[in-house]
Design a protein around this ligand. Sequence first.
Ligand code: Q9C
Ligand code: ZN
Length: 337
Amino acid sequence: MTGLRLFLGADHHRHAPLIDLSDGPPGFPHLETPARLLAMLEGFERLGADIQPVRGVSAETRAAVAALHAPAYLEFLEATCRSIGPLEAVLPTVFGGGGPDAPAPVRAGRFCREIGTPLTQGAFEAALNAAEAVRAAAAAFLEAGGDGVVAAVRPPGHHAGRARYGGYCFVNNAALAAETLENAGRRVAILDVDYHLGDGTAEFASPSRPYASLHADPVANYPYLDPADAAAREGPGRFYETVPPSASVEAIHAGAERLVARLAAARPDCVVLSLGLDLNGADYIQDEELSFRAPDFEGLGARVSALGLPVLTVLEGGYDVATLPDCVTAFMTGFRG
Ligand code: Q9C
Ligand code: ZN
């Protein structure tokens, strides 16, 4: 597959959480690992992609992240990560209490509502480096157009809100990509095909920056929203397609088709694609196991390409290391023909 250009957040391995307490104690080996990005890269390598490693973080990217997220939140992340030793982690212990001098796990509960996302020494560094790769990808996209540009990054971003982390995410990479393209005068929509609703990205959506998401029920699955929470429902600039656990592959493809048509009707001039590969029913992340499997991503990619607009891709979830390469090749085959 020619012309496929990947911008790799090469410092991603600085964040390597060990234990995943998402389902309570005793926990399981954390799913959001460096190995999962390597597995996705393996898929892109099979397609002959040109992979450009991006290292470190520039002052411009720091400023762009500061324009996206709340100052107190970024200060908390930076200071807390600086205080963490190698192999240590910080998880929230108290939710919504404590003052500015409270211990880190208490402070963490002001910015996070769950215990599955350990802060590690390198979490903020890795997230900023992902942002750097996203901005490099956005610059290449603005220069070349087309569908060939991918930000190959982790940690993922679509659960990160303006002032909160969670769901393995710290900085909202898709919103950052959208903002970067908008600053260059583009009209951007975000399409999200991860198994999970991007509740963070939903915060950054508006009628002028529409957000469309295909996902499993966000009340029965992470982010386990309160049904009264607006993010759980459609609203101005938010288009949702919920996949029930019993959905056939054909029904999932049809849902993607409807969603893409609704997003295209909002008349963006380009799309940021949040590409999660965890719709794959082999993925341990799913509380409601879908019948969807790696080869079925080809039909999903074809539905996304029906947008008929230039697409900048940013990677999100996807945890089944054994089948991730096949998910990538299937999706990109359907997407790029
Ligand atoms: N038993 C992303 O895909 N844990 N985040 C759920 C279910 C949290 C997923 C555990 C899932 C977060 C980017
Ligand atoms: Zn996900």
